[in-house]
Each structure stands twice: as structure tokens, then as C-alpha cells.
Design a binder for this molecule. Structure first.
Ligand SMILES: C[S@@+](CC[C@H](N)C(=O)[O-])C[C@H]1O[C@@H](n2cnc3c(N)ncnc32)[C@H](O)[C@@H]1O
Length: 261
């Protein structure tokens, strides 16, 4: 995982789950959970999606959450213990590059905001996609959810600076920031049928906890992609606008799914 992932804590993921609630609900609807016996959430993080999926499944359904990070899995364990449907969930530690599951083990496989964090050299997206397909049974649903960082846009008075900093965010701060828009193509080329795509614009109106304000500024300063004066203008202007309830930024999240042939 890249250095930038230090910004993506379980606390941040809990907070952002509230912002993305509609996206998450849509992703569950793509999975045919009512008829599923066994489903996988690959890169489950703190496991916020495991109980909601278990609650939509039959009594004997089993949800597996897999993640590489022991810290994330520890939080997931605590969350599962708090809910009766947590008994229908199990956790596994491993890499999405080589998962400890037999082929065709799952009726549905889901991965949310996983691809954007995978370094393309050490965790090639094509290999991870193939691994997700391997563990999905024929006829099962694969559901990919991510932010398309090519679509981020901020109402900022200096267009050149806005484009430069947002390009830096998508190119560098996200190891694989443009994966989401490729999902449909991956599924189509792999022979998936019943392809579904939903796009959800996400609005960012607060400068606090907003990846393209604080995190971006810290990384841009460290890597020298803009002058200190430019970075201060970015954060200062956006914080000022937010204080007056006038900040506006948007980015699309995509939910893309298909049925394995
Ligand atoms: C941005 S978080 C998303 C977590 C969760 N899906 C959600 O939406 O709340 C990405 C997660 O992918 C996990 N991850 C990164 N590389 C991984 C790998 N190679 N194998 C398994 N998990 C990985 C990270 O530990 C992190 O929990």
C-alpha cells in the first residue's frame, strides 16, 4: 500500500460511509443477496458493509470480509460483535492478489474503493480483477464500486491551479485513481453479461476531512508540485468558502456490475 493510505483510517472510512450510503445500498442491490448463500467483500476495510449484506441474505448465508490490514480487521471484528447479523460474517486476512479461497466459492463478490488504492506495479489491476473472477461462481454477480478521480471538479477562481492540483491528486495521491471508469470495459471484455452501471455524484461542501483539501495540500507540499503560496491559496480559499457555506466540489462514484458467464 502506498504512503498516501495513511490518510485512509478506519475512522475516515466510517465517516465517509455516511456520505456514500446511497452508493453502498445500490451496490448491495446489484448482488442478488436475497438468493445468495456465500458472498465476499474484497478489501473490506473496517467491515462496514458486512452486516448490511448479511441482513439482506437468507438465514444460512455467510459473508466473508477479506483485507490485508490487521488494524482494519481488528475494527471489523469489533463492529461484527456489536450486531446479531455479525454471526453470519467471517473475516480473513490476505491479499486480493492471491486469496485463500477455492475457485467459484462465492455467489457474489464485491470490492468498494479497493482498486483506487492498489499500486499498479506491485498489485496490477488486471491480476486482481482475474482473482476476483476466479473465486466467483459462474452465474454469480461481480460488483465494483469506486470513485472516478478523473471527474473531480472544484469551484475555484484559478482554473490552472485547480486543474494542476486535481491532476496531481488523481495521478499521484491515488495509486490507481482512474480505475473506476475502466470497470465496465473489464467486465465486458471478460464476457460478463447483464452489465449495470450507476453513477452517483458526490458533493463536497466542507473543507474538513475533504481529501482534495487537507490531504492534497500536505502531499503537494511534500512533493513540491506547487509553490507554498499556491498551496496556501488553495487551502485558504476553500476553507474561507466553506466557512461561508459557499464551497462546492463534486466527483462521481460508480457502481458497476455484471454476471459471470
Ligand atoms: C479505501 S479502503 C476501502 C475499505 C472498504 N471497502 C470500504 O469501502 O469501507 C481500501 C481497503 O483495501 C485494503 N487493501 C489494500 N490493498 C489490499 C490488498 N492487496 N489485499 C487486500 N486488501 C487490500 C486496505 O487495507 C483498505 O482496508
Amino acid at each position: 500500500m502506498g504512503d498516501f493510505e495513511k490518510h485512509v483510517s478506519s475512522e475516515y472510512l466510517k465517516k465517509s460511509a455516511g456520505w456514500h450510503a446511497e452508493v453502498k445500498r445500490e451496490s448491495y442491490a446489484h448482488m442478488n443477496l436475497g438468493a445468495a448463500r456465500s458472498v465476499l467483500d474484497a478489501g473490506c476495510g473496517p467491515g462496514l458493509d458486512l452486516v448490511p449484506m448479511a441482513e439482506r441474505m437468507p438465514e444460512d448465508g455467510l459473508v466473508t470480509g477479506l483485507d490485508l490490514s490487521p488494524d482494519m480487521l481488528k475494527v471489523a471484528e469489533e463492529i461484527l460483535a456489536e450486531s446479531p447479523a455479525g454471526k453470519k460474517c467471517r473475516l480473513a486476512r490476505g491479499s486480493v492478489l492471491a486469496m485463500p479461497f477455492a475457485e467459484a466459492s462465492f455467489d457474489a463478490v464485491r470490492a468498494e474503493r479497493l482498486f483506487q488504492v492498489l499500486p499498479q506495479d506491485s498489485c496490477p489491476p488486471a491480476a486482481v480483477f482475474a482473482e476476483l473472477c476466479r473465486v466467483l461462481r459462474p452465474g454469480g454477480r461481480l460488483v465494483l464500486v469506486d470513485v472516478d478521480w478523473a471527474t473531480v471538479s472544484v469551484d475555484f477562481p484559478d482554473l490552472d491551479l485547480e486543474r494542476k492540483l486535481l491532476r496531481f491528486f488523481g495521478d499521484v495521491c491515488r495509486p490507481n485513481g482512474y480505475a473506476a471508469r475502466q470497470f465496465r470495459g473489464w467486465l465486458a471484455r471478460a464476457g460478463f453479461t447483464d452489465l449495470r452501471v450507476h453513477s452517483f455524484p458526490q458533493f463536497m461542501e466542507s473543507a474538513t476531512d475533504c481529501p482534495i483539501v487537507g490531504w492534497l495540500a500536505e502531499e503537494a507540499k511534500k512533493r513540491g508540485v506547487a509553490t507554498d503560496a499556491e498551496i496556501d491559496r488553495w487551502t485558504g480559499t476553500l476553507a474561507g468558502l466553506a466557512a461561508k457555506k459557499q464551497m462546492f466540489a463534486s466527483v462521481n462514484m460508480l457502481v458497476v456490475s455484471g454476471t459471470k458467464a
